[in-house]
Design a protein around this ligand. Structure first.
Ligand code: GLC
Length: 545
């Protein structure tokens, strides 16, 4: 599948549309909005996991890879959704969590019952002189090992204790995963996102040295390439599917390797470096304005190197693990439209496949929570405990940090109307909706002139049809400018110039714009004589012939 023409829309199924009144979204709810998505112009929908799961980590704890969580509907509902989406030119991308399963998965239950075959599907180690096998912390807090008395052994879980890491070194496990992919390909699925897939090769079980969390022992191991290649050869390669790997703490070298077509591994990779530019001392649960220079340096590095090495980027600001970019990098109070449009222009004009999250197209923002109890996410609660007990933060400080950083900011129910629960559910929503649904809701936004939604539509149409934005090389400009992020995309001596002001004040401009004409911008007029860009102004210009 040609990655350069795809535009992916991410749906958090629990939060899109409830049709049963249980407060949680479902597949029929998604089907009911396919016309809306077709109108927007997207080509693919990525769903977070919709498989049976105890929901300790909202579906990333899968207990059966080849069934539908009854909360979301039935297999018939899923098949209807695939068919109806297909009629509208939209493919379905599923989220495959192959690094770990829920401890409720049949495989783990058989392992616990003493079945040797299944025990070897997971990673077990003896303790070391009365200590844990290694000192690695889990990514959700606490140690990465769970003691199982029956075996007098510890089981590895890089995430929650109920998410046991699979042992992909075991060929039987890899065969199971190949079969899972084949199952969904037969159902007409057109894409797969692979969760934390660069963690599937545990290279060594050694203690992390001081200052490290042990990631070097289980991140980007050489066998990740082999395992991905096997999935490609045995399942993915013969189907016309799009694949994206979510990469944790990775490098541009590794991602170009995973995504260059000749290696036959993945179509593209997500990396998160650009979403750590507001981490104080590299710590997530802190408050700090974003470092604009670092952000630009990362974009420049990834765009240019991926291109040089023939890799392909998945481009995004938002997903279900991140606060909303409009609250984080924009200004939803003073410049909601301008900053939302500027931010999405960045994603659509770089080299790679754009992804955005449900609700971005209407300007949804972070949750205005009132207390820690408003959050559902396991990571957020663990963080609140850590901030209280280890860092002795006050309740107000903890709330401010969660308001800025919690993953639930990107998971709140879709705001369809300004009616009860934003038209999301007639029941009790599983997660609080944002109070701003009075004005920020699809029904109202679609009636506005120059809406964020309209701008998304224009950008999507542009990306799907413009070869320069699809394939052009990238030349960076104004590398150290304090306000502006600028680059040129070039193809066959044609040029598109993109300039974005990342701030709420005018930004002096030293580029001569006279040779350019406007393709798209987020203010109603374009003046090539302007000496500055206006707050959050974004220009996409074509060089005149
Ligand atoms: C990925 C998912 C995240 C999940 C984690 C463990 O990072 O995006 O939501 O908690 O993997 O599966």
């Amino acid at each position: 599948m040609d990655c350069s023409k795809q535009v992916v829309y991410q749906i958090y199924p629990k939060s899109f549309q409830d049709t049963t009144g249980n407060g949680r979204g479902d597949l029929n709810g998604i089907t009911s909005h396919l016309d809306y998505l077709q109108d927007l112009g997207i080509t693919m929908i990525w769903f977070n996991p919709i498989f049976p799961s105890p929901q300790k980590d909202n579906g990333y704890d899968v207990s059966n890879y080849t069934a539908i969580n009854p909360d979301y509907g039935t297999m018939d509902d899923f098949e209807t959704l695939v068919r109806e989406a297909g009629k509208r030119g939209i493919g379905i991308m599923l989220d495959m969590v192959f690094n770990h399963t829920s401890t409720e998965h049949e495989w783990f239950q058989k392992a616990l019952a003493g079945n040797r075959k299944y025990k070897d599907y997971y990673i077990w180690k003896k303790g070391k002189d009365g200590h844990l096998p290694t000192n690695w912390p889990s990514k959700f807090g606490g140690p990465a090992w769970q003691y199982v008395e029956k075996f007098d052994e510890y089981c590895l879980h890089l995430f929650d204790p109920t998410q046991a890491d699979l042992n992909l070194a075991n060929p039987d496990v890899r065969n199971e995963l190949v079969n899972v992919l084949k199952f969904w390909i037969e159902k007409g699925v057109k894409g797969f996102r692979f969760d934390v897939v660069n963690l599937i090769d545990k290279m060594a079980f050694e203690d992390a040295p001081e200052g490290s969390e042990g990631k070097e022992f289980y991140t980007d191991g050489p066998k990740v390439n082999d395992y991905l290649h096997q999935l490609h050869v045995e399942a993915l390669g013969n189907a016309d599917v799009l694949t994206v790997g979510e990469m944790s703490a990775t490098s541009v070298e590794k991602c170009s390797g995973y995504s260059k077509p000749e290696n036959e591994e993945l179509s593209m990779c997500f990396n998160f470096h650009h979403l750590k530019v507001d981490y104080k001392d590299k710590q997530k649960w802190t408050l700090m304005p974003f470092d604009f220079q670092e952000l630009k340096d990362l974009f420049f590095e990834w765009d240019v190197k991926m291109e040089e090495e023939g890799g392909w980027n998945a481009l995004f600001w938002n997903c279900h693990d991140q606060p909303r970019a409009l609250s984080r990098f924009g200004d939803p109070v003073h410049y909601p439209k301008e900053s939302a449009k500027m931010l999405v222009s960045v994603i659509f004009t770089r080299r790679g496949t754009p992804y955005f999250l449900y609700g971005d197209e209407i300007g949804m923002t972070n949750l205005n929570s009132r207390s820690v109890a408003d959050y559902d996410d396991v990571e957020s609660h663990n963080a609140a405990d850590m901030l209280k007990h280890e860092q002795h933060k006050s309740d107000d400080e903890i709330l401010a940090i969660l308001q800025a950083k919690s993953r639930d900011n990107g998971r709140t129910p879709m705001q369809w109307t300004n009616g009860t629960n934003g038209g999301f559910t007639s029941g009790q929503p599983w997660l609080r909706l944002n109070d701003n649904l009075e004005t920020v809701n699809a029904e109202s936004v679609l009636q506005e002139e120059d809406s964020i939604y309209d701008y998304y539509k224009k950008l999507i149409a542009l990306k799907k049809t413009n070869p320069i934005l699809q394939h052009g090389t990238t030349r960076t400009l104004l590398q150290t400018d304090k306000n502006l992020y600028a680059y040129v995309r070039e193809l066959d001596s044609e040029e598109i110039l993109c300039v974005h002001n990342f701030f709420g004040h005018p930004a002096p401009l030293s580029l001569d714009l006279h040779e350019y004409e406007r393709i798209l911008s987020n203010y109603s007029d374009f003046d090539p004589d302007a000496l500055a860009l206006r707050p959050y102004e974004s220009l996409i210009l074509k060089k005149k012939n």
